[in-house]
Each structure stands twice: as C-alpha cells, then as structure tokens.
Ligand binder design. Structure first.
Ligand SMILES: [Mg+2]
Length: 263
C-alpha cells in the first residue's frame, strides 16, 4: 500500500471525489435560492498529495490530525474511501445534516480528531495536546499507551492567527515534541495573495523556538531528479525520532506565482 504508484492512484481518486463534492454542491444539487455554497476546489486540491501520503502511508492509530478548514472535502473523500463516510453525506456536503464545510467533531460522522472551523485554533490544539500527552506520561497515567504524533495541516493564510504564535511560546517553554505542522503554502487567501517573502520570516521564527524546518518542493513542478531527492530527504525525516517539533512547508516557485498574478 505504501508504494508511491499505489499512492498516486489513491491520490487521483481523492482529488476527483473532493472536486466532484464541491461541484455537486455548487452546480448539480437542487437549490431553492440559487446560492453557490460548495466553496472552491483549489484550496483543498493543494492538500490532496500530502493528505493521501499521511492517511495511507504515514499515520499510526495513536496519531491525531487537525485538518485545514478548507481541506474538508479532501478529508471526507479519504474517509469515504476508507469506509468511514457515506455517499449520502458527501452528496449533502455543506447542506443541512451533510458533511461539514470544516471538519467538526460534533457534526461529522467520520472520526474527526480536532474541530478546525475556528481558523487557527485547531493548529494550536495539536501543540497543547502533545504537551498534555507528555504530562500524562510524566505522571505515569498513560505509560501503557502508545505515543501519538500531533499533526496540523495549516493554510498559509491561517498563519495570520495570533493564537498560533502564543502557542509556539508555550511549546518552547515545555519542550514540545511529537508535533508536526505542515503548511500548505499555496499563497491563496480569501483576503489577498500571501505576501512575497513571508515564508522566510516564518522559517526564522520557528527555528528560534527550536523547531526543525523542512521545505518540500512543489511536486508537479519539480524536475524528476530533484523530486526524487526531495522524497528521499522527506522519508529520512519521517523515519527520524520525533524529539523535536517539525514544520513542513511546501514551496511554490516564484516564477509560477508571478505568471499567475493579476495585471
Ligand atoms: Mg492558502
């Protein structure tokens, strides 16, 4: 199952299903007032590769994931493939009683780990969950339980939320570990294009608080050789013990961004 070719086939299904889910909500499902409520595909499509790799090759039962709010269709598509989500629910995506627009522990049926509708809070929640896990182990209240890794999938514009950086301080104070944050650096935001050069500021800030920072080249644009090297480096990191929190970022080449910028 963890061969890249198999993952690529699953990724295609995840991407198709999530794209269809949004299209169905926007254009196919009957609507009394004609409002388009399904959202847009791009903000979840940018996480299809990462989430396929996570859910089908990397995650262990004790791990917990906070899914970027706008990647909800990808999450529901993955859970449908795993048999934890129904066709009726995803056909009713964003409708009353259907799969939620943002993953919800109380309203979704497909085993959401963290509710992330309040943007930024799900990210900080993973950090504090890791600290609580360490506290329980230090008190020998959970010594027979396997350690879980706490993973947050973060939209780049989600890093505007101040609570994330307040949490960063607390993590440093208490020796945070077993925590991965993956920034989906697609430079798309509801408010504006994410500012040029901001990534370098984030990288410095995270390193200052003891995080390891790994930049993963954008997969479709990478040349075959560099993609192979990037995969090898990423795999080596995944195999390493998680004594240090890790921030993963995706890199969109500047020339591509400039080619798509409005005049
Ligand atoms: Mg974005």
């Amino acid at each position: 199952m963890n061969k890249p070719s198999h993952l690529r086939e699953i990724e295609k299904k995840v991407l198709w299903l999530s794209t269809w889910m949004i299209h169905n909500a926007n254009h196919l499902r009957s609507s009394e007032d004609g409002l388009k409520i399904g959202g847009h595909q791009a903000s979840s499509a940018s996480l299809a590769t990462i989430m396929t790799a996570l859910y089908f090759a990397v995650l262990r039962p004790a791990d917990r994931v906070a899914v970027k709010p706008h990647a909800s269709p990808i999450f529901h598509a993955i859970q449908y493939i795993l048999g934890n989500q129904t066709r009726e629910q995803i056909e009713a995506f964003r409708a009353y009683g259907g799969a939620q627009s943002y993953p919800s522990r109380t309203k979704d049926v497909d085993d959401v780990d963290f509710s992330t509708g309040s943007v930024g809070l799900g990210v900080a929640h993973t950090l504090f969950s890791s600290l609580v896990q360490d506290y329980l182990r230090a008190k020998e209240l959970a010594k027979d339980q396997p350690e879980g890794r706490m993973v947050a999938l973060i939209g780049d514009a989600e890093l505007d939320e101040g609570n994330i950086f307040e949490a960063l301080l607390e993590g440093w104070k208490h020796g945070l570990r077993n925590t991965w944050w993956v920034v989906d650096y697609n430079r798309q935001s509801l408010d504006a294009v994410v500012r040029e050069g901001l990534w370098e500021r984030f990288e410095t800030m995270f390193r200052n608080f003891g995080w390891e920072v790994a930049i993963l080249p954008q997969i479709r644009l990478a040349a075959a050789g560099s993609l192979h090297r990037a995969r090898r480096r990423a795999t080596a990191r995944l195999d390493r013990s998680m004594s240090q929190p890790t921030l993963f970022g995706t890199d969109i080449p500047r020339r591509r961004y400039l080619a798509q910028a409005p005049a």
